[in-house]
Design a protein around this ligand. Structure first.
Ligand code: DGJ
Length: 702
């Protein structure tokens, strides 16, 4: 969009960076005027030097709010006194990066602050690099957040955030802030279902879906994280975020440079819909891995159909059926490897189970390919079952403390990926698996969080670095596999949507949104997801009824329409689907393929929230405006009301649009102001509408 301005300036004595402005576009003269005005806006008692609205605040001097940086030097000194040293701007084809380097006045530590912006976008990526220049021993980093976002002074901000649990991810919460701190975090080693590292703030709860000012921020980090939204007693609001400092220490040895993950910020004056569309566009254009495919393929996954009971025979049968429906990727989920007949054994032993696949996986892969589909495989490489050859050989490879129990969750333990030998083993094992099989899709799962995060061999050094190094090594392995096996697309799964963040999204094509595949529950999960993340990455399966979790039965059409509003997958036991159901499914998939580019790559408008009433609706507009797709779902008819009128968004008033099913035509103004009438009858009725823009003379375009 490019509708915002961000300004800061160097403090008088070059020892602080003062925030000036973040909001709607202003001219540079106005920015200068603000920068010459008294900064800070308030001079609180605690900050005689006016250091209350800093871009990044090391702990020291009279700073008492959440610090961004706290270190201990080798002689025990625990505050940083820094001074500005240099800056530069690096330009690339798509944007530019400003960096500002500060150095400690007495110790050999440099802190470089980065700000990257992209042409045509309002996001600002901010991160920090610390370097121990040497000569004074290690610097112990106790807290080093990636950025601190300062909000303009307003009466009261409302904070909107995403919380949840397994099978209930991405729920939307809001709270009006009072003085004090609101801390959102994960201490679990992974992003977590409980809180997602994404927030939005609007003044006086004034923003609506399509109007009003909203500031938003999201972390590019898949490990333990922390976002502190602090309202000082003077009313200033700032949000600091990055790697969680809980149980954390990082020894920055002499000559070592540490780059921390980005905390990305965004401003929009077009409400929550505005920030969502901007997050989606940014992810599509600058976060997600570059893939030659314009759209995500339709996928089949075996998990809900057969769970651990996969074998060559049932997978062949499912593959035939899936191909017949129009699936493009066939994924064998958990259960394909040695002794994996249940969740008690096998994790860590990544060799094909000869009982289930007597000829290995290759005959199945060849059949899947011959059916015109790509083959995908499930793995959970960071985990091990104690009941496995790997654990028997390397019991010291898991996180543990010597005199403490090793808590098992889902009968599994977490491999210490921070160890160089474990990292190497995981990489080599997966590299071999991908080299020996024609695998084009990997579902990378991660089903438990860290407990007893010890590393006894490292006990007298820096075992707390696991919180950082596990994730850095995870990223390294995926990056390395991607470069050696560029044909492989990745999906991030963690008991459903437990690892969804900008960090993992820069290395996977899509995410498994939730183990909850109940269509009605999914509407709420998918709505929250859409606040922060693009529909393209949101994998949604159509599964069987009654749903395994909720025992709810809803029509196939409703299940399809829910799953079609992101990246479509099928997860049902197709062997049990009737010919009629298979035929219906074939029709939905064909229809989806016609419109998926608009759904996956277009502009999303939330027309009706599933949190408010019996009818929910989402609209997508192709980026060139040529097509519109609308989904509307009604879960229960009430009071005999069948007609729903949907006022569409993002259309040109004087353009005309044709409904590709009914043939009816409407002006953009009619659809926007009068609204599109949809008839929903009974419970769990739904529609997908597809409109194409037409011109009077040239007919259908786009
Ligand atoms: C958790 C995932 O979310 C599921 O989809 C499935 O892959 C299971 N793990 C397999 O163990």
């Amino acid at each position: 969009m490019e509708e915002s301005t961000y300004c800061f300036r160097l403090g008088e004595d070059s020892s602080s960076l003062q925030h000036i402005y973040w909001g709607p576009s202003i001219a540079s003269a106005q920015a200068l005027e603000m920068s010459h005005a008294s900064v800070p806006l308030r001079i609180p008692f605690e900050s005689p030097k006016g250091i209350s609205r800093e871009e990044y605040a090391p702990w020291g001097e009279m700073r008492f709010t959440e610090p961004d940086l706290k270190v201990t030097f080798a002689d025990g000194t625990r505050v940083v006194e820094w001074v500005f040293e240099a800056y530069g701007i690096d330009r690339s084809n798509s944007g530019q990066t400003l960096w500002l380097q500060f150095r400690d006045q007495a110790y050999p530590l440099t802190v470089t602050l980065y700000y990257r912006i992209y042409d045509g976008h309002d996001v600002i990526e901010r991160w920090v690099a610390l370097e121990n220049k040497g000569g004074n021993g290690p610097v112990i980093i106790e807290q080093s957040l990636s950025a601190d976002w300062r909000l303009p002074p307003r009466d009261r901000y409302r904070l909107t955030y995403l919380y949840g649990q397994h099978v209930k991810e991405m729920q939307i919460a809001e709270v009006v802030l009072s003085p004090g701190k609101m801390v959102l975090e994960s201490r679990r080693g992974a992003t977590s279902h409980q809180f997602n590292p994404w927030i939005a703030l609007d003044p006086d709860a004034s923003a609506k879906e399509e109007s009003g000012e909203v500031w938003s921020a999201a972390l590019a980090w898949s490990g333990s994280w922390k976002i502190v939204v602090e309202t000082t007693s003077y009313g200033d609001v700032h949000c600091a975020g990055g790697v969680n400092d809980f149980d954390f220490h990082y020894h920055l040895d002499e000559g070592v440079r540490l780059e921390l993950p980005a905390f990305v910020g965004l401003y929009s004056n077009q409400g929550f819909g505005g920030i969502s569309r901007e997050w989606h566009a940014y992810q599509r254009e600058h976060v997600l891995p570059e893939t030659p495919e314009a759209v995500r393929p339709v996928l089949y996954n075996s998990w809900e159909a057969v769970a651990f009971g996969v074998n060559e025979r049932n997978q062949m049968e499912l593959a035939e059926k899936a191909a017949g429906l129009g699936a493009e990727v066939f994924v064998v989920d958990d259960g394909w490897f040695n002794t994996r007949n249940h969740e008690h054994a096998g994790l860590g032993d990544w060799t094909v189970d000869p009982q289930k696949f007597p000829h290995g996986l290759n005959p199945l892969i060849a059949r899947v390919n011959a059916l015109g589909m790509r083959f995908g495989l499930w793995i959970e490489p960071e985990m091990v079952n104690p009941e496995s050859d790997l654990y028997r050989a390397h019991p010291d490879w898991v996180y543990h403390f010597r005199q403490r129990s090793r808590t098992e969750w889902r009968n599994q333990l977490v491999l210490n990926l921070a160890r160089a030998d474990v990292r190497e083993w995981v990489f080599t094992t997966l590299h071999r698996l991908l080299s020996e099989h024609h695998i084009e899709f990997v579902k990378w799962d991660m089903n438990r969080h860290f407990s007893e995060p010890g590393w006894p061999d490292e006990a007298d050094r820096n075992p707390e670095r696991i919180w950082l190094d596990h994730v850095r090594n995870l990223y390294w392995i995926i990056d390395e596999l991607r470069s050696r096996h560029p044909q492989v697309a990745f999906e991030s799964s963690a008991g459903g949507g437990g690892r969804v963040d900008l960090g993992i999204l820069s290395r996977v094509e899509q995410v498994w949104t939730s183990d909850n595949t109940d269509a009605l529950d999914r509407l709420r999960i998918q709505e929250g997801f859409s606040y922060a993340y693009a529909p393209r990455v949101m994998m949604c399966w159509v599964t069987d009824c009654p749903n395994f979790l909720t025992k709810r039965t809803v029509p196939l059409g409703y299940r399809f329409h829910v799953a079609m509003s992101g990246s479509l997958g099928i997860g049902g036991d197709l062997a049990r689907w009737t010919p009629g159901e298979l035929e219906e499914a074939r029709g939905f998939i064909a229809r989806y393929k016609q419109v998926r580019s608009t759904i996956q790559n277009g502009l999303l408008y939330r027309l009706r929230s599933p949190r408010k009433g019996a009818v929910a609706a989402v609209q997508y507009v192709a980026r060139d405006g040529s097509e519109v797709v609308v989904f509307v779902w009604g879960h229960s008819q009430q009071f005999g009301e069948t007609k729903v009128s949907l006022a569409l968004k993002g259309l040109k008033g004087n353009a005309h649009y044709a409904d590709t099913i009914s043939g009816a035509t409407y002006s953009g103004a009619y659809l926007t102001y009068h609204g599109l009438a949809v008839n929903l009858v009974g419970d769990f009725d739904s529609r997908m509408l597809h409109l194409v823009r037409i011109t009077e003379r040239k007919g259908v375009i786009g």
